[in-house]
Write a protein that binds this ligand. Structure first.
Ligand code: MN
Length: 128
């Protein structure tokens, strides 16, 4: 079982409205053997999370139509989505914002611009 687990790519759903950031995160994780589903429209995030069943969700906070913070809060109220860890990525820098994001249920938090190694380390710390 343990050996088989290592052969299966971990699945990551990336929700990020900025096309360049989305491509950067996607390419980086694919280069490290993660199976990645990139998504630009936050309004599709919860449906996509249900159908894709990711091991981790990378969630941008500042998005049009719906904020990542709202999505994280809604996930906490959904039995199927609540167990999926969320790594929040945000341009916010304030201490209060970090507390709000973690309080909403995010597993971890990175501020933009995120250095590549720090981003990878953040992902690996949660799902290996
Ligand atoms: Mn954004």
């Amino acid at each position: 079982m343990a050996i088989w687990d290592k052969c299966v790519s971990k699945k990551v759903l990336i929700v990020e409205d900025n096309e360049l950031n989305l491509k950067l995160f996607t390419d980086l994780l694919r280069a490290h053997q993660y199976e990645v589903e990139p998504l630009r429209d936050g309004r599709e995030a919860l449906d996509k999370a249900r159908s894709f069943s990711p091991d981790l969700i990378i969630m941008d906070i500042q998005m049009p139509h719906v904020s990542g913070l709202d999505l994280i809060e809604r996930m906490q109220g959904d039995a199927a989505l609540k167990p999926i860890p969320v790594l929040a990525v945000t341009a916010y820098a304030g201490k209060g914002d970090e507390e709000r994001i973690m309080g909403a249920g995010a597993r971890a938090y990175l501020s933009k611009p995120v250095p590549v190694m720090q981003f990878l380390a953040g992902v690996q710390a949660i799902i290996g």
